[in-house]
Design a protein around this ligand. Structure first.
Ligand code: ROI
Length: 159
């Protein structure tokens, strides 16, 4: 089993419900169990500002799925949540990003791991830091250092 980290985000249709249901769906994937999940975090949208604030979280799963099989499953869950391929950087019902897959570096047309946005996004790094302190992100460095470099971005942890 490989440890993989998934970033979850939503800013439409009851974001908290979307994220909690998605966590259950990750746990129900074939050859996969949910190992742990972060708190929920609220932040202003990165990108166009004329959309609601986001809720984000990060989950760690243990999986026997290959990276591309996992990506297929994540996209299937997004679609089941009513996600249509909307405007780039627009609001979304559910976003599931494959952030990390073990220590692997993957550069394929459909999939890049570590996720290309990871180092610039406090709404990914804060929850990741919460559940995986000391984690080394391949080619980028320790999660705490990456998170500290995004200290200017406001992210609020929800109790
Ligand atoms: N902004 C925040 N704060 N959280 C997200 O999950 C998020 N997702 C996106 C864009 C539109 C880039 N902005 C976001 O896809």
């Amino acid at each position: 089993m490989i440890s993989a980290f998934i970033g979850l985000g939503s800013n439409l249709h009851h974001p908290e419900r979307q994220l909690l249901r998605a966590l259950e769906e990750l746990d129900a994937l074939p050859e996969t169990r949910l190992h742990c999940a972060s708190s929920l975090y609220e932040s202003a949208p990165m990108g166009p500002q004329d959309q609601p604030d986001y809720l984000n979280a990060v989950a760690e799963i243990r999986t026997g799925l290959t990276p591309l099989a996992l990506l297929d499953e994540l996209q299937r869950i997004e679609e089941a949540h009513g996600r249509i391929r909307e405007q780039r950087w627009g609001p979304r019902t559910l976003d599931l990003d494959l952030l990390l897959y073990g220590k692997q570096v993957i550069r394929e047309p459909r999939l890049r791991v570590p996720h290309p946005g990871i180092a610039r996004r406090a709404f990914v790094l804060r929850p990741l830091e919460e559940i995986a302190p000391g984690l080394l992100v391949p080619e980028l460095g320790e999660v705490e250092e990456l998170s500290a470099a995004c200290a200017d971005q406001q992210v609020r942890r929800i109790e």
